[in-house]
Structures are given as C-alpha cells and as structure tokens.
Design a binder for this molecule. Structure first.
Ligand SMILES: [Zn+2]
Ligand SMILES: [Zn+2]
Length: 236
C-alpha cells in the first residue's frame, strides 16, 4: 500500500519540479518518446583507437599498433553536439538514472545486435571503474550500467576486475595531452587471475582521446589478457 501511494506522489513531485520533455520532439512526459527512439539510427564509429582514421572494423592501423593496448574499438554512435546521444549521456551521467536508464537500454538493444558478429570471440566483459568517491557522489557507474546491458544482449558475463586507485580530474575538462597524464597508472587489477588468456570487451560510455581506455587496457594486457576490445556507446 505504501509503495502504491509513494510512486505516484514521487512522480508528481518530480514532474512539477523537472517536467519531462522528449529530448528530440519536446513531447511532454517522457525523455524519449517511442517514435523518436526508433528514428535514432546507429551510425557506428569504427576507427583506429590511436589516430582515429576510419576503417572497417575499428582495428589499429599497422603504424599505430605499437602504441595501442586496445586491439580495436567500436562505438555505436558519434559523439557530437548535433547528435541526441550526447544530450542523453550528459543528463545520464549527472543523475536521472532511473528515468533515462530505460531509454539507454532501449537504444542499445535496438542497435547493438545488428553488429553482434563483431563480438563473437569475447570471453568476458568489463568496464572502466569510477573512483569510490565519485561513485558515492553519483550513486552509480554509467559504464557499468552500459556493460550490464551489453552483457545481457551478448549473453556474456560482466566482471568488475579493474579498480581506480587515484581520484582524478574529469577528463572532459582537460586538453588531450593532460588527459594522458591525468589517468596514467590510475588503474589496477582487483581480481588478477580472471583475465589471463581472455579476449576482453572493455566498456566505457564515451571515447574521445582514448586515454582512459588505453590505461585500463594496459593493465589488462599486462596481466595476460589476450586481446582487449573497446566498446563505447559514443565516440567523439
Ligand atoms: Zn519525441
Ligand atoms: Zn592509426
């Protein structure tokens, strides 16, 4: 009885303080209405993780191979101002996980399975961890959330194996050069024996410079992971 009463009141209060509008067509009452969701088409960004040159599968080009701990990288959407995914991820990152989580899950479900063949050799899925302090501030890890959806769709286990040992500035606020320094050696492995000999899908929400994902991949490779393949929802 209590929850039956509580839910409508909570929604009424939330709606009056933050009225919801579809991020695309402004229709009231929902973050993303069904027709708009269907209209968002996945235009994957598959490019070399290092020099960002587009290629068929997101492989490293031969001249960049030596600089990358990622074997390849795949993103479902471009990360740019004109694309609604940027708006969605921004709002998602700073809260509203209950409201927007379903929209994101629907999007991934709609667009990921078309590319299922790219992930057949994956043994396990992991994600870029947040520092404990940031996790407590936000209350959830957006990369873990995305990894869980990907895991369900691809029917692969998601394991939390990485740990962030240092609290860092947010990458988005830094220049490309500073981003590399900011995340250098900030990750360790929480459960080391799990990664050896495995092909690992490493998940993050957004890929821009790639510095964070490369640092995670470095740790995984050092512990014997066979290949680390990057997956992010969007790539800038
Ligand atoms: Zn709409
Ligand atoms: Zn390259």
């Amino acid at each position: 009885m209590k929850t039956q009463l509580f839910e409508p009141i909570k929604h009424y209060l939330l709606d009056s303080v933050f009225p919801l509008f579809c991020l695309v067509c402004q229709k009231e009452g929902i973050w993303m209405c069904e027709p708009c969701l269907q209209k968002i088409s996945s235009t994957p960004v598959v490019a070399c993780p290092i020099c960002h040159k587009n290629n068929q599968e997101g492989f490293c080009c031969s001249s960049c191979k030596g600089d990358s701990f990622l074997f390849r990288h795949f993103a479902l959407y471009p990360y740019k101002n004109s694309h609604v995914i940027k708006k969605i991820l921004h709002i998602f990152k700073y809260g509203f996980v209950e409201e927007l989580g379903q929209t994101i899950a629907n999007l991934i479900e709609k667009d990921l399975l078309i590319h299922r063949d790219k992930f057949i050799n994956i043994d396990m899925i992991t994600f870029v961890p947040l520092h404990r302090r940031r996790f407590l501030e936000r209350g959830f890890n957006q990369s873990e959330f995305i990894a869980e959806i990907v895991g369900l769709l691809l029917r692969k286990r998601v394991q939390n194996v990485l740990k962030r040992v240092r609290y860092t500035k947010q990458q988005a606020t830094l220049s490309r050069k500073k981003r590399v320094q900011n995340v250098r050696d900030v990750f360790t492995l929480e459960i080391s024996k799990m990664v050896s000999g495995k092909n690992i899908l490493l998940v993050d929400d957004v890929y821009t410079s790639g510095a964070t994902m490369q640092e995670c991949a470095k740790v995984l490779r050092k512990e014997g992971a066979k290949k680390v393949i990057g997956f992010s929802l969007a790539r800038g």
